[in-house]
Write a protein that binds this ligand. Structure first.
Ligand code: NIG
Ligand code: FE
Length: 394
């Protein structure tokens, strides 16, 4: 079994409970996992050594919310918004039409190119949703494509009611919870619903999540993005791993999040691109809510693949410190996917993401910077110098 020593680490973010950030550090990788972390002067011998020249090393980003399987773009819609048009979820149907018209090869090539784009910017784990097919065939093929690129696949047949079911939304819910779920479940780990005015209400969301659970799919939810509503409380009541967007929250919603342990995943790329108000991360953190950050990369509401950009927005616009934002984009993102493992460093085969303590998967980013603070401090600057996934530079 060969081991690799990463040394000369100016600053190492591990999220270890005692010492979350170390200076003058080193790290040993063995069999794709972190075997040791500590001061460089105390590092054990290893088969090979790599000196990172005083740069900062952070855990790879865990992007727990994307919609990468689609065709076409909506640049015109974005331009119109920047002139004052409001964001409307109805734009999703434009992408549905383009996606249905694309071949399997085109969709796979485009999705793979986006995953590579994310990886170049430091994302080492990505969740990918379906939701731009909205037929049995197109949802199943979207998930089959996503499954070739990640284990974190999410069935989002309940994204919007497609045009052909506009007069009978309940018939569409029956399709989603029946034949579409049947075809999608073999390729999915998660099930999600866009629970919002203009998409699906809480009762429909409850029905879809229950049907998914009966097929072994774990639930997550889009909620409280465009207005107040009961979606966040439903997620907490059901004990879902995560509820995403969380822009419009009452005190009762915040209390429910704090009590449930459901992760609130904030998606500031959406507010950037829709000119909606940003969610208040400070309020959530101060209430004891677990907050994650994700890109929501999709052609409508947030066409960014950059976790560093989202992190910078969260610091500038949402009241997070640079360190809180990095944790939200790594360790708490892993919690949002139920892949964090336990504090004791449990090395369950798929856990241990989002941190760099012994037993964690060796997914890391070498920054062209002396400290993780630079991620927010130098927005828009390509600071990702090297990305390692499972102990191997990619
Ligand atoms: O997460 N909110 C629903 N779904 C996406 C938007 C998709 C689109 O506009 O194409 C989101 O923001
Ligand atoms: Fe989304």
């Amino acid at each position: 079994m060969t081991s690799t020593l990463l040394t000369g680490i100016g600053e190492l973010t591990t999220w270890d409970a005692q010492q979350p950030v170390l200076t003058g550090a080193a790290l040993v990788v063995e069999s794709g996992r972190v075997a040791w972390t500590g001061l460089a002067a105390e590092a054990p011998a290893a088969d090979t050594a790599v000196d990172v020249g005083g740069r900062a090393v952070v855990p790879g980003f865990v992007d727990s919310h994307t919609h990468l399987v689609f065709a076409g773009d909506r640049a015109e819609e974005f331009a119109a918004r920047m002139k004052g048009e409001a964001y409307a979820a109805g734009g999703i149907r434009t992408t549905v039409a383009a996606t249905r018209g694309a071949s399997d090869e085109q969709l796979l090539a485009h999705t793979a190119a986006l995953v590579a784009e994310l990886a170049r910017q430091g994302t080492t784990t990505v969740e990918i949703k379906s939701g731009y097919g909205l037929t049995v065939h197109d949802e199943a093929r979207s998930l089959a494509i996503a499954r070739q690129l990640t284990e974190e696949t999410t069935f989002l047949g309940a994204h919007v009611v497609p045009a052909e079911y506009a007069d009978d939304p309940e018939a569409y819910v029956a399709l989603v919870t029946g034949p579409m779920l049947e075809a999608a479940a073999p390729y999915a780990r998660w099930i999600d619903v866009f629970c919002e005015d203009g998409a699906f209400d809480v009762d429909q969301a409850r029905t879809v999540l229950a049907a998914g659970a009966a097929h072994g799919l774990r639930g997550r939810l889009h909620a409280n993005q465009l207005t107040y509503g009961a979606g966040v409380r439903l997620a907490c009541e059901l004990g879902l791993a995560a509820v995403d967007h969380c822009t419009f929250l009452t005190d009762a919603d915040v209390g429910a999040l704090a009590d449930s342990g459901t992760v609130a995943t904030l998606l500031p790329g959406v507010e950037f691109s829709t000119r909606q108000p940003y969610p208040d991360a400070r309020r959530l953190l101060d209430a004891g809510v677990r907050v994650a950050l994700a890109s929501d990369c999709n052609p409508g509401s947030s066409y960014t693949s950059s976790m560093p950009f989202c992190l910078a927005l969260a610091v500038r616009e949402m009241g997070m410190t640079p360190t809180e934002a990095l944790r939200a984009a790594t360790e708490t993102g892993a919690h949002a996917l139920a892949r964090a493992g336990d504090r004791a460093g449990n090395t369950a085969s798929r856990g241990g993401l989002g941190r760099l303590t012994p037993g964690s998967r060796a997914d890391l980013v070498v920054l062209e910077a002396p400290s993780h603070l630079h991620l927010a401090y130098r927005p828009g600057v390509p600071l990702v110098r090297q990305v390692w996934q499972g102990g191997v530079p990619i």
